[in-house]
Design a protein around this ligand. Structure first.
Ligand SMILES: Cc1cc2nc3c(=O)[nH]c(=O)nc-3n(C[C@H](O)[C@H](O)[C@H](O)COP(=O)(O)OP(=O)(O)OC[C@H]3O[C@@H](n4cnc5c(N)ncnc54)[C@H](O)[C@@H]3O)c2cc1C
Length: 455
């Protein structure tokens, strides 16, 4: 009877995994060997993400009853070697849509022994990137019509776990690597069980209130599902199935947020170069300051990274990122805007820092989120809309609790006063830094550069 290989990547779950069903069907009563390749190129990118990945992998190993074989190396070498070793008849994957993933999978497909196909079934999205097209057969450039078409297209029900699964247990596995030591950084457990627990908790009260509460940084009532979606410990189809039939605005808005994730994956699939370069050429003539060649800019960027810009809302966001490997969406917008429009730094510099620090760091959502802020992406915010970091704080953290949670130097300031330490006699008494740039001047400079780029 045939043996098939299930090559797991960012789909570390047992439930609702169509590629597992395909591997099982192809084995036709034979056995499935699940494998995870520890690819040094990916493990070295970010200690935070490696920590989360290994957490998800440990959890999957338990769910798979210890059957996942771990091998270190380049998948182009490791996967074909394993196929030969066990005589696998096919290799099964969830389709990948990032530029790196697509290149890697194409190389592995080429390297497989003759007659052994690489079969992609399902992917990390409810609707596969590249599927949704407008009436002329072109991809959508703008989110709202995309999301409408995405809902109309719909998605299948979650896939059940195949019955009578039998694992191949003859191949040797390396041990599970230790998770990197991250000092004081607080990360949640990532895994299928943790994902379902988090989702159940959110489905209770928070999804109903989501529409009203999602922008309130001080209330912290978003789902925190991003890390689970990142490692595929739960599939968005499962979330959408649980929301089906709900008529409340909260559930509708939540599904729309998932659609943003799908939209950005689609944009990246259509235009892989947009990962690290401006998607829209309109601002290509923009002049930016370069932290790699200018010490003053490098220092300002370091203050931004460490949460020492002197703007409490920005600094609280950046310190949340360092402490938890996560940041509230409103803060991602405000901190990214600060780097691009107050410090005049090109967005990839900031996107790279986010990719290193975010537990949910995802090239499509992150780099297009940055381009949205920078005004260079599909459906982006207009460049001339410059967030005021103080009024943003007063609006989305009106209690000041968010700022005080992450900035001990401002805990002595009550309520909204925490957003303007310069307005209190003792505002700087606990060592909070002075502002590194003046908002009005920085805004005018951003607009001046914008006008110059446009002409
Ligand atoms: C500059 C910038 C960088 C970002 N980087 C990332 C990233 O690396 N990884 C990432 O998953 N998201 C990123 N986002 C999107 C968003 O901020 C996060 O998905 C969200 O904050 C995660 O928290 P949550 O799971 O509690 O979200 P919720 O508000 O509960 O939303 C539910 C889910 O919807 C999706 N979602 C929500 N908002 C967006 C959005 N604007 N774009 C794409 N998907 C969205 C996410 O999958 C999220 O988990 C970025 C946004 C910006 C502005």
């Amino acid at each position: 009877m045939p043996t098939t290989l299930l090559w797991l990547r960012r789909d570390l779950r047992l439930d609702d995994l169509p590629a597992l069903g395909a591997a099982h069907d192809a084995a036709d009563g034979g056995r499935v060997l699940p494998v995870f390749v520890l690819d040094p190129r990916l493990l070295e990118e970010s200690a935070v993400r490696t920590h989360c990945l290994l957490s998800a992998l440990e959890s999957a190993q338990q769910a798979y009853d210890g059957a996942i074989v771990l091998r270190t190396g380049d998948p182009e070498q490791v996967v074909p070697d394993l196929v030969r070793e066990i005589g696998a008849s096919s290799v099964h994957i969830s389709a990948e849509s990032t530029p790196f993933g697509r290149r890697r999978d194409a190389a592995v497909r080429e390297a497989l022994p003759e007659g052994v196909p690489l079969v992609a079934t399902g992917c990390a999205y409810a609707v596969g990137p590249g599927t949704i097209r407008n009436g002329s057969g072109d991809p959508y450039q703008v989110f709202t019509p995309f999301s409408r078409a995405w809902r109309e297209h719909g998605w299948p029900d979650p896939a059940p776990v195949p019955k009578d699964l039998r694992w191949h247990r003859q191949a040797e596995s390396e041990g599970m690597p230790d998770r990197p030591d991250l000092g004081d950084v607080q990360l949640p457990e990532v895994g299928e069980e943790a994902a379902h627990q988090r989702w159940e908790a959110f489905l209770g009260d928070d999804v109903t209130a989501y529409d009203e509460e999602r922008d309130r940084a001080d209330h912290d009532r978003t789902s925190q599902m991003s890390v689970h979606l990142k490692y595929g410990t739960i599939h968005p189809r499962t979330l959408l199935a649980d929301l089906r039939g709900r008529r409340d605005k909260g559930a509708h808005t939540f599904a729309t947020e998932l659609a943003w994730r799908e939209f950005y994956a689609d944009v990246l699939w259509q235009q892989p170069a947009s990962a690290w370069s401006d998607l829209k050429p309109a601002l290509r003539g923009m002049s930016y300051d370069d932290p790699e060649t200018d010490d003053g800019v490098a220092q300002a960027m370091q203050a931004w990274r460490e949460g020492r810009t002197g703007y409490p809302f920005v600094d609280a966001g950046m310190r949340q990122l360092l402490a938890e490997g996560w940041m509230h969406n409103r803060l991602r917008m405000v901190t990214a805007s600060f780097l691009v429009k107050h410090l005049h730094v090109w967005w990839p510099h900031g996107a790279r820092h986010f990719m290193q620090q975010l537990r949910d760091g995802d090239i499509a959502s992150n780099n297009h989120g940055w381009q949205w802020v920078a005004g260079t992406g599909t459906d982006a915010a207009p460049y001339f809309r410059v967030f005021n970091p103080v009024t943003q704080g007063e609006r989305f953290d009106p209690s000041g609790d968010y700022v005080r949670r992450y900035l001990p130097e401002l805990r002595h300031l009550a309520g909204k006063a925490a957003h303007q330490p310069w307005g209190a006699d003792d505002g700087y008494a606990q060592g909070y830094p002075e502002r590194i740039v003046e908002h009005k001047e920085a805004r005018e400079e951003a607009l001046r550069r914008y006008e110059a780029a446009r002409s």
